[in-house]
Design a protein around this ligand. Structure first.
Ligand SMILES: NC(=O)c1ccc[n+]([C@@H]2O[C@H](COP(=O)([O-])OP(=O)(O)OC[C@H]3O[C@@H](n4cnc5c(N)ncnc54)[C@H](OP(=O)(O)O)[C@@H]3O)[C@@H](O)[C@H]2O)c1
Length: 306
């Protein structure tokens, strides 16, 4: 439970530590940034919306204990922006970024579009940009400790992703019934992230990667992802109740990424795949049984970032 994480996080001092929160202008990312600021960390908030980003920075300054607070504008649907951002973070942190929390994007809505760099748009934000930031920051030696990525993991019994069509670009996929496209894209997101998280510590043995599933957190994600109006309405009506009962508000959930990244007690507990109750979800069996597949996935993603 997040209240459990809140208790465990009491008194943790992060003065002198730097954290970057991509997708930090609202929702889970903004609340997580505030939690890090409260512990004295310097927080870099990343997103496209300047007005929201500056508002979050004001909140960070109010909540903070002397750490820096800065908004960096970036559209992470583009690999070129991911690369620029990785360079900016290296410079702004003096090459010392302790924690990277990636929350940009949202659930797939089943639409298909391509970025100007020819990547499928949802994949580019939800999967590629998260990997790209972690990969580039780790490779340059800027990332010093932990990458936490927040999106639904596939789970122990999940199937590996289809390496031949990671972006679900082929015509057959695009012709599927909308709910099927949403399910396929969501499953793919989780599976790819699982594979990358499992390979991360092999590629960078001194660093940690954690794939965190937030359960239900009441945010504007459904409307931000242009879900149909009745669904958005239902979520705005019942979401607050869900958040109070079985889920979380962004503020209560923020204790979880904070715990996973920065609380020494979270280490060595098998929490590389974890839910909002801090329950270890276990690595998908394919990541253990088929290490060559996970390596190929890594190489494919790395080639997209070069
Ligand atoms: N909320 C939940 O219950 C839940 C459940 C399962 C998984 N998740 C996952 O958790 C993550 C965070 O969810 P949330 O509810 O906090 O979502 P949210 O409130 O909609 O926030 C999404 C963030 O992503 C940023 N973003 C979107 N597109 C971007 C782009 N092209 N470039 C840079 N930043 C971009 C947005 O900033 P700008 O608009 O400023 O760019 C915003 O700060 C999502 O990936 C979601 O799929 C959430």
């Amino acid at each position: 439970m997040s209240s459990q994480a809140a208790k465990l996080n009491e008194g943790i001092d992060l003065a002198g530590k730097n954290v970057a929160i991509s997708g930090g202008t609202q929702g889970i990312g903004a609340a997580t940034g505030i939690r890090f600021a409260q512990a004295g960390a310097s927080v870099f908030v990343i997103g496209r919306n300047e007005e929201l980003g500056n508002k979050v920075v004001e909140e960070l300054k109010k909540a903070g204990k002397g750490g820096k607070a800065e908004f960096i504008k970036a559209d992470l649907s583009l690999v070129s922006s991911v690369k620029t951002l990785a360079d900016q973070l290296k410079q702004k942190t003096g090459g010392e970024l302790h924690y990277l929390i990636t929350t940009q994007g949202g659930p797939p809505n089943g639409t298909f579009s391509l970025t100007s760099e020819d990547h499928e748009s949802h994949f580019a934000i939800q999967v590629l940009s998260r990997f790209g930031l972690a990969y580039l920051l780790a490779q340059s030696g800027t990332l010093k400790d932990t990458w936490v990525t927040i999106c639904a993991p596939g789970g122990e019994k999940s199937a590996p992703p289809d390496l031949e069509d990671l972006e679900l670009k082929n015509e057959e996929e695009r012709q599927r019934y909308l709910p099927m496209r949403i399910i396929k894209a969501g499953t793919r997101d989780g599976a790819v992230m699982d594979g990358l998280v499992s390979q991360f510590s092999s590629a960078f043995p001194s660093l940690r990667a954690v794939h965190a599933f937030p359960g239900y957190v009441h945010t504007s994600a459904a409307s931000n992802q242009s879900f149909p109006r009745p669904l958005v309405l239902l979520q705005s009506l019942f979401g607050p109740l869900l958040a109070r009962t079985i889920g979380n508000t962004p503020t209560t959930y923020a204790e979880v990424p904070f715990y996973l990244a920065a609380n020494p007690q979270a280490r060595g507990k098998g929490l590389e795949y974890t839910n909002e109750k801090l329950k270890p979800l276990g690595a998908p069996s394919w990541t253990k049984d088929q290490p060559e597949l996970r390596k190929k996935l890594w190489e494919k993603m790395a080639a997209m970032i070069q």
